[in-house]
Write a protein that binds this ligand. Sequence first.
Ligand code: GDP
Length: 290
Amino acid sequence: MVLDDLGTSLRSSLDKLQGKTRLDEDDVEEIVKEIQRSLLSADVDVSLVMELSSSIESRALEEEPPGGTTARDHVLKIVYEEMVALVGDSTELPLENQTILLAGLQGSGKTTSAAKMAWWFSKKGLRPAVIQTDTFRPGAYDQAKQMCERAEVDFYGDPDGDDPVEIAREGLEATADADVHIVDTAGRHALEDDLIAEIEEIEGVVDPDRSLLVLDAAIGQGAKEQAKQFESSIGIEGVVITKLDGTAKGGGALTAVNETGSSIAFLGTGETVQDIERFEPSGFISRLLG
Ligand code: GDP
């Protein structure tokens, strides 16, 4: 079956259906409860969990299992389909010339993700360049430069510059030979008006093909406000979830996906430039339910 890595409680609820051809309300309720428990502990927003539960419930009770399908397989298929609808497909990323702008709070993993994404594009045969416009965080320049060296990709930054918009403009010129421009921006500890004004200005200068919001997997309800703000200021086409190698399951990021009407582009799974994966629904779903 598609979901081979289910949590033990959900698996045992499903296993109780072994041999059954029909589901009754108690069976469905038990399964839905297990799913709710897993998703809520993975930081998925309550209202998203409730929506998903009611779709699973009504489909499991109303839809006839196709001939030869056991009740267990039928409900598992419904759960999988509804989970896919919840997490969405991965953000479309054509392998062609493009400019990508990264947004997010300080510490979310933007700089690391910029270098990782550049590494990823380089492995796809493109020539990426990272442009570091973060003049706010001490060390951002050195960090980006070192990571880009490790990734063996082009890099532009100005350690003495204090105007991010100017750096963005110069960076695009200096890296004109690159196919994919990844523009890293400064974060702040919290959403502040000057941060939003700055990223809007940078967006105006670089005219990105897509802007991605970088979120730490451990983000909970804070995802909503951030997503709203960045969506209304620059428009968000995709989300990058970082630090999935830790214990957090990243369900909070789904709030941002929902809020921005976007999708998940990449997952960050460690501190080195190779620790990046393209988002793929089934692995993420297994993790949320596991
Ligand atoms: P920025 O302020 O948004 O640019 O964040 P950074 O890229 O500097 O990342 C903040 C911290 O998180 C750094 O110590 C990174 O090494 C770490 N980090 C970023 N992505 C990941 C990840 O996927 N896994 C782990 N374990 N650490 C990460």
